[in-house]
Design a protein around this ligand. Sequence first.
Ligand code: A2P
Length: 219
Amino acid sequence: PTLEKDIIPLYFAWFLAKHEEDNLRKTAHDFLEQLGNLKAFKKRLQAFGVEDKHKLDLLKYFAKAPNILHCTSKYCDYGKLPGSEEYAQQEGVKRSYSKGFTLHISSLFITPRTVGAQVELTEEQLFLWPADAEKEVMPKDTFPRGSRAHITLSTAADTQDVQTGIDLLELIKLQQTGKEGENVGEIFGGKLSYYDNGIWMLVLPRKKEVKTIFSGYYG
Ligand code: A2P
């Protein structure tokens, strides 16, 4: 028999099922629309670099959205990145491949660069989370494992998707230092907080469950 080597994907992720994806895109759209219309938001636009507050259309500002909504677990670049081979070979990763998982979204956040959904991983899902995922982008800080877990919903025109997880860690860092967001109202019945520098977080009143499949993206 010929021995064929597994092909390592561009990235491993939990991919949203189609109807879940449509639903979450709509939620993101409504969130931006409602946020953009809030007086509290219009008063705090400096970080978005717009002079005229009537000129900022958030739906246009966040010009890009990923083709497939997903929560990246490990970015491998087809095996070029250190640790990707080891990750792909992990028993848990192999066992979970193509299996269904329910993810829990606890909040939505926006910064002048990105819009994302914060994902709270379960114990089982944390098995698929690389130990160095947080250190990789913020080597000087300490975070609970899985803090970077998120779904990129959209980004500004000149921003890479990878920025969304970095923005989420920045936000969590602010929360860790005891900085409380300024409570500026409600959207979808959840508490909306403002954290300086154009960082906003909406804690959902109930965690939103989304059905996903754990798999690889080959591009
Ligand atoms: P994210 O998971 O925040 O959405 P790209 O199209 O830029 O190659 O990215 C493909 C996917 O991999 C995106 O989902 C992106 O970000 C994620 N990604 C890109 N680079 C990295 C990285 N260095 N570390 C972790 N995830 C990454």
